[in-house]
Design a protein around this ligand. Structure first.
Ligand code: DGT
Ligand code: CA
Length: 571
């Protein structure tokens, strides 16, 4: 069974248990285990024993035992028993916004409804409104939730959504009654994919803000227009939720609606231990409100330093904050150069000079021109002769251009057997060698690992580009023993890339964290094919920040002299 399949079993168990109103701690244990397993970089089934599974974070004995049973037999007795209850079918209802486990069970218990189609029909006939504790309003909300769930099952990429959200934010921030405004939700945490856009406004006049929001030019459909919350559907098909709160609650609402949910649950529990109630309105001791205007205040009342949004996943950030050991995350301004840039010589749109000047204008001090090698025929990859011609152009440019350096590089293809697409003595003339896989994604895990390790061990190679080959929502990472890859990097002083290309973000956040833990340094690169692609650097930075990466882990945060030293040592 794959990690995904195992994680799915545990997620489903958690959902069934929540509908059965089981102990919330038990439900959460399964959710956490599912998350841990889904995020692993190697197959759970490669672990030799139940005891090894139990060592994973967030997996206790009972779940380790169930994992082992699944791996050994492909089945799980406990799960099969749950599946035979009617509640297993009701988990479909949890995909409907506004419909929680309690209502799911209530609807089933009273009406015997166990499918979304039947639920929709019942809601349309008005049969839900008479159920205890429901009413017309809830019924309408469920109906709307069903429409929504059917329309938008997919998540969009961060890079696709971020600029659109920003555009909406800018239009609203100009309004008079808007005192403060911010993105919230997964977009503020800079997750690589997001389901919707969450925006938060502080204002004492919600009405005009809501009016402006639902009449934005982007709006295709108004899903809800309320005094504190409105939702729209944009023309390009994504949902934006706007919440307006009082200024004194802005920090509390920001914290709550930024999430993640798992992080919030932990923070609320910490509050409880300290005798405090923390919700989206503020921090309360008994009836008395003692904070909530800023997020800093909330963390402060718990004795914690400010936790950057990118870290709020309950992946250890709360423990780190308690110990005073939060990482000093890398920032956009730390970056000195870009070590993966294309030009018109292959599939880029701009000349080397244009790429250089645009980078300098953005405050960078160097770029490495890394065009493709000849194996990549689609991109008119460079052979030895053209590469040498390109190197002469770069020499000339460097004589001309001031306070900036263009490094000679290549994005050399890694052939199926791990050899490179250019001879070592050609590569030796370059400043930076970036190696990448662009073909034969079908190798086995062992073959792919050996292929990459061989490239990493080549003394000419400095950086492994987009190491896992994933294309967000389109192509899974190829099977790979990333631990072995990282060990090879460490042994040979080779670095891993965080590719900022919107569909890649590869390494991903979790793999960045793994690199940090293993001591492998990173290059955060844009892979720009035209000058405006430099904008993508912020997504690479965000990905690295989500992986707890600090400036000291990033080789292109070094100035040119230190970078050259670092690279020379590697070659
Ligand atoms: P998404 O939309 O799936 O990309 O991810 P988020 O994190 O933006 O999730 P969303 O939009 O459903 O909710 C925004 C935030 O609101 C979420 O990160 C945390 C908070 N939140 C939502 N539902 C709950 C909840 O049931 N409990 C708690 N503690 N927080 C919640
Ligand atoms: Ca969201």
């Amino acid at each position: 069974m794959t990690n995904r399949e195992i994680a799915r079993v545990f997620e489903h168990i958690a959902e069934i248990l929540s509908i059965q109103a089981e102990n919330p701690f038990k439900v959460r244990a399964y959710t956490r285990a599912a998350q841990t397993i889904a995020d692993l970089s190697y197959p759970l089934s490669s672990l030799p024993s139940q005891a090894e599974i139990e060592k994973l974070p967030g997996i206790g004995k009972a779940i380790a035992q169930k994992s082992w049973e699944l791996i050994q037999t492909g089945k799980l007795g406990y799960y099969e028993k749950l599946l035979s209850t009617p509640h297993a079918r009701l988990t479909e209802f949890l995909r409907i916004p506004g419909l929680g486990p309690k209502h799911a069970k209530l609807i089933y218990d009273h009406l015997g409804i166990d499918s979304v189609d039947a639920l929709r029909a019942a809601a349309e006939r008005g049969e839900l409104e008479s159920l205890p504790g429901m009413g017309k309003k809830t019924q309408a909300k469920i109906l709307q939730g069903i429409e929504q769930a059917l329309k938008y099952k997919q998540r969009s990429s961060l890079a696709e959504m971020h600029p659109r959200a920003q555009a909406i934010l800018e239009q609203l921030s100009g309004l008079d009654p808007v005192e403060q405004i911010s993105l919230a939700g997964s977009l503020r945490r800079m997750r690589d994919t997001v389901a919707d856009v969450d925006i938060l406004v502080a204002s004492d006049q919600a009405d005009p803000v809501m009016d402006a929001f639902v009449s934005l030019p982007e709006v295709a459909d108004v899903l809800a227009r309320g005094p504190t919350k409105s939702s729209i559907l944009t023309r390009d098909g994504f949902q934006v939720d706007l919440r307006v709160v009082a200024r004194e609650s802005f920090g509390a609402a920001m914290h709550y609606f930024t999430g993640s949910k798992n992080h919030n649950i932990r923070i609320r529990a910490l509050g409880q231990e300290a005798g405090l109630k923390i919700n989206e309105y503020g921090v309360f001791r008994g009836k008395r409100r003692i904070g909530g205007q800023t997020e800093e205040e909330i963390f402060g009342l718990l004795g914690l330093a400010f936790i950057p949004p990118e870290l709020r996943e309950d992946h250890g950030e709360i423990e780190a904050a308690q110990a005073g050991e939060l990482p000093a995350l890398v920032e956009l301004a730390d970056i000195r150069g870009d070590l993966h840039v294309h030009s018109r010589w292959t599939d880029g749109r701009n000349s080397i000079e244009e790429m250089a000047l645009a980078a300098r204008k953005r405050g960078l001090r160097y770029i490495a021109i890394c065009d493709h090698s000849s194996a990549l025929k689609m991109a008119r990859g460079l052979d030895r002769a053209r590469l040498q011609e390109q190197m002469r152009e770069i020499d000339e440019l460097n004589r001309k251009i001031k306070s900036f350096a263009v490094l000679k590089g290549i994005e050399v293809d890694i052939l199926a057997d791990g050899r490179l697409d250019l001879e070592d003595e050609v590569l030796a003339e370059l400043d930076v060698v970036v190696a990448a896989v662009h073909s034969r994604f079908d190798l086995s895990r062992a073959e792919m690992t050996a292929r990459l390790v061989k490239a990493i061990e080549n003394p000419q190679v400095n950086i492994l580009a987009h190491p896992t080959g994933r294309i967000i929502s389109k192509r899974e990472p190829y099977p790979l023993d990333l631990d072995a890859v990282m060990d090879a990097c460490l042994a040979c002083n080779t670095f891993l890339e965080v590719n900022s290309f919107p569909e890649r973000l590869d390494l991903c956040d979790i793999h960045c964290r793994q690199a940090r833990d293993r001591g492998v340094d990173l290059a955060i690169s844009t892979d720009s094919h035209r000058i405006d692609h430099y904008d993508w650097l912020k997504f690479g930075i965000a990905t690295a920040r989500r992986g707890w990466i600090e400036k000291r882990h990033v080789i292109n945060a070094l100035d040119l002299k230190a970078l050259r030293r670092k690279l020379r040592k590697a070659r």
